[in-house]
Design a protein around this ligand. Structure first.
Ligand code: G3I
Length: 473
């Protein structure tokens, strides 16, 4: 059993000076977007991932920090080329937009709006009400009516400014605890249970066109916390409280993607709300081993695939671009490697895994991954059997790094494997390349084999093969 490590929400308060409010900038022309899209990918040769996402009716987003784009040309180029949606990593939060009561400062948020408009990107608003990065003046309010007024004025001030320009707002962020109880934040303690629905009603009035979302972490699988959110959404829908979507942050630890992730997203979608992966990153203990990087890739691909297979999942947003600027090492020293691009902008296997899960094309031509699998029983005895697998590249471009997955018959366990890196999670078996069989050129194939212990089930029928998250012929 792997240890489930609690992710701690990093609550810090930004102290910003209040520069004078300025007019909302005009939308810039879209020409820049097509130029950026035509540029080659950094660290990979796939088409812009936003284009692949668009073919499935989804958006691919990232958490944006304007000060980084202003000082790092590669970050900016990737931001422009790959993404069709922008989330402000910090600039739209309460402390950034209303550092003093009633004094709104929108320069960082406006910069994000301009960047998104110039690059033909949608904006996902994050976050109107959150116990973290809530300014000290608001946290110190102890009177219920005054707290309600402060919260509602804040929502009206920020959502009102960007009325009609925001795709969706995280109206409320992280209001639940692990056990499904309400987080005892100042908001909760001073206003009681009704504050969440009040925030949603105020946001609807402030921007009737924006979709209104509840967003949280560690709600990625079916557990006490996600069930509490589920029950709240169900109740809101039943009572007509305006809620349109739920964001699943998906800050994961490698190897711990909950098996119920897709089922969980689907149960929310079945309530009649959109769902979205809003802050995806998958942290690894440093230095990252080859095996961890393969699991990382498999899990990135799996999360995208889970979303892609749910019609009400609007897309995936990753929490940053390069590991260089990730929030992870600040709060988890010794951990990072969480994003698809590493510190020097080379890509990890996760990038290909995401691209393939989206069906991205390489070099703007043939489809990325076209694979064929042959699985044969090589030997069969009373307690176990050997399976020989061949993966063929039937596409036009090399497969550079692969992870095959398949489902073993019930109760069976992997015993030994050769020419691959093997992990079993439930009945799902993952096999990743070794250094000597990493690349499969077009028309070529690689093979590996493994022994399975039957544990009383004599079937040898393996099911549901994928390579890098895609079904194979
Ligand atoms: O801007 C100041 C700078 O002036 C100062 O010198 C420096 C000193 O520490 O701090 C800078 O502010 C930091 C800010 O990020 C901007 O970089 C804060 O200390 C730091 O706490 C803050 O962290 C942000 C964190 O939210 C705060 O809770 C992270 O960037 C941001 O990625 C993270 O994002 C959250 C989501 O909003 C909600 N879900 C979880 C996610 C990760 O914690």
């Amino acid at each position: 059993m792997r240890k489930r490590t609690a992710l701690v929400a990093f609550a810090a308060t930004l102290t910003l000076l209040a520069p004078p409010a300025q007019a909302l900038p005009q939308e810039a022309p879209l020409a820049q977007a097509s130029l950026a899209a035509a540029a080659p990918g950094i660290g990979h040769d796939y088409e812009p991932l936003r284009d692949a996402a668009a073919r499935s009716g989804k958006t691919f987003g990232f958490a944006y920090a304007p000060h980084i784009a202003n000082s790092d040309a590669k970050y900016k180029a990737i931001a422009q080329r790959e993404f069709s949606m922008v989330t402000a990593e910090n600039n739209m939060k309460w402390d950034a937009t209303e550092p003093r009561r009633g004094q709104f400062t929108f320069n960082g948020a406006d910069e994000i709006m301009s960047f998104a408009a110039a690059n033909n990107q949608k904006v996902y608003g994050h976050a109107l009400v959150w116990h973290a990065q809530m300014p000290a003046w608001a946290k110190s309010i102890t009177n219920r009516d005054d707290m309600r007024k402060a919260m509602n004025d804040h929502i009206k001030g920020v959502a009102g400014r960007y009325k009609g320009k925001i795709e969706a707002w995280d109206v409320v962020n992280e209001a639940f605890e692990w056990d499904g109880s309400r987080r005892p934040s100042e908001l909760q303690k001073v206003m009681g249970n009704s504050w969440i629905e009040e925030a949603f009603r105020t946001a609807r009035a402030a921007d009737p066109n924006a979709k209104l979302c509840y967003n949280d972490y560690s709600t990625d699988g079916i557990n006490s916390k996600s069930t509490a959110v589920y029950n709240m959404v169900k109740d809101f829908k039943a009572r007509g409280v305006p809620i349109d979507c739920v964001g699943f942050q998906t800050h994961l630890i490698v190897g711990q993607l909950p098996a119920s992730n897709k089922q969980n997203l689907q149960r929310f979608a079945d309530l009649g709300v959109d769902v979205r992966i809003t802050e995806l990153d998958i942290r690894i203990q440093l230095p990252a081993s080859q095996q961890a990087l393969q699991t990382h890739a498999t899990e990135y691909g799996q999360v995208v695939k889970n979303c892609w297979e749910i019609s009400r999942c609007t897309g995936v947003t990753i929490w940053g671009i390069s590991d260089k600027y990730s929030w992870i090492p600040q709060v988890s020293p010794g951990w990072n490697a969480a994003l698809p691009w590493n510190d020097n902008y080379s890509t990890k296997p996760a990038l290909a895994s995401v691209a393939n899960a989206m069906g991205a094309k390489k070099n703007g031509s043939s489809t990325g991954l076209v694979c064929g699998i042959s699985a044969k029983v090589g030997a069969n005895w009373s307690t176990g059997y050997t399976t020989d697998i061949v993966i063929a590249n039937k596409g036009a471009t090399p497969i550079d790094g692969w992870t095959l997955q398949t489902t073993l018959p019930d109760g069976q366990k992997l015993a030994t494997g050769w020419s691959g890196q093997f992990t079993q999670n439930g009945q799902r078996l993952s096999v990743s390349n070794t250094s000597f069989n990493k690349t499969i050129k077009p028309g070529e194939s690689v093979s590996f084999n493994f022994n399975t212990t039957k544990n009383g089930n004599s079937s040898t029928a393996l099911r549901n093969f994928t390579v890098n998250g895609q079904q194979c012929a």
